[in-house]
Design a protein around this ligand. Structure first.
Ligand code: RET
Length: 275
């Protein structure tokens, strides 16, 4: 059997690692998050030690998965495994140049953002159909965002995928801004839900902005600044968000344990809801 000297998956890994390590700013944007994710995991495990009710534990595990996914994601990026060089198509400001693309980010958002939405949906005491809708729209947003970043055949098609991803994002925003506030008000969790909703909506809007301004889009920001943009958003959208949510759940376990009217499994069990 003839074995190629380098396999496609391996071809650019060490070059990517060299490029990352040569750019101190870029590298720091990854390692800061690895360190913070580690601290967050230890802190969240500690904060969840006394949580007992099944619903509160579900929120806790979903929230804990956010830094767990993040740690794995950032180690993948820092090692060069999920970073590649892509030659930008004609029309792109960097047309013909090789652009360092941390595509692993979009892939791992597919795993981390549904956890954020699951925790928020449980907090708002939503119904299964709305939860399913928001999570599938969110996964579609991440996967089509990955497509937008990876397309090298046409500059226009990169933006077409950006548009498709943004349309899925609108569905997520609709649920967060229109559907869940009502559900949270009925569940009595509207105060904390309001804070987390605001944090989520404002910060999540930053991600497409950095995509558009960074090397994937119009390239007015370089790879290191763009990476810091995402990393800074991640720090607040993941760790600060998760901390606020978990400390509230730990202090108000009763409020969460007695919810579950719409999804079932709470104090009201299978009671029907009219709304
Ligand atoms: C992309 C580009 C295409 C258009 C849109 C995007 C939105 C991304 C978002 C990401 C949120 C990520 C979070 C990660 C935490 O782990 C894919 C950048 C709309 C909203 C919160």
């Amino acid at each position: 059997m003839s074995v190629p000297s380098t396999t496609p998956l391996q071809a650019s890994q060490s070059e990517a690692l060299d490029a990352i390590q040569a750019d101190v700013l870029f590298n720091a944007s990854l390692w800061v998050n690895i360190a913070l994710a580690g601290v967050a995991i230890l802190l969240f495990v500690y904060m969840g030690r006394a949580v007992e009710s099944p619903r509160a534990r579900l929120i806790w595990v979903a929230t804990l998965l956010v830094p767990l996914v993040s740690l794995s994601s950032y180690v993948g990026l820092a090692s060069g495994l999920t970073v590649g060089f892509l030659e930008m198509p004609a029309g792109h400001p960097l047309a013909g140049e090789l652009v360092l693309t941390p595509w692993g980010r979009y892939l791992t958002w597919t795993l981390s953002t549904p956890m954020i939405l699951l925790a928020l949906g449980l907090l708002a005491d939503t119904d299964l159909a709305t939860l399913f809708t928001v999570i599938t729209m969110d996964v579609a947003m991440c996967v089509t965002g990955l497509a937008a970043a990876l397309i090298t055949s046409s500059y226009a098609l990169r933006w077409v995928f950006f548009g498709i991803s943004s349309a899925f994002f609108l569905a997520v925003l609709y649920v967060l801004l229109v559907e869940w506030p009502d559900h949270a008000a009925a569940a009595g969790t509207n105060e904390i839900f309001g804070t987390l909703k605001l944090l989520t909506v404002v910060l999540w809007l930053g991600y497409p902005l950095f995509w558009a301004l960074g090397p994937s889009g119009i390239a007015v920001l370089g790879p290191a600044l763009t990476s810091w943009g995402y990393s800074a958003l991640d720090i607040v959208a993941k760790y600060v968000f998760a901390y606020l949510l978990l400390s509230w759940v730990a202090d108000n376990e009763g409020a969460v344990a007695n919810a579950g009217v719409r999804l079932g499994g709470g104090a009201e069990g299978t009671a029907a809801v009219d709304d």
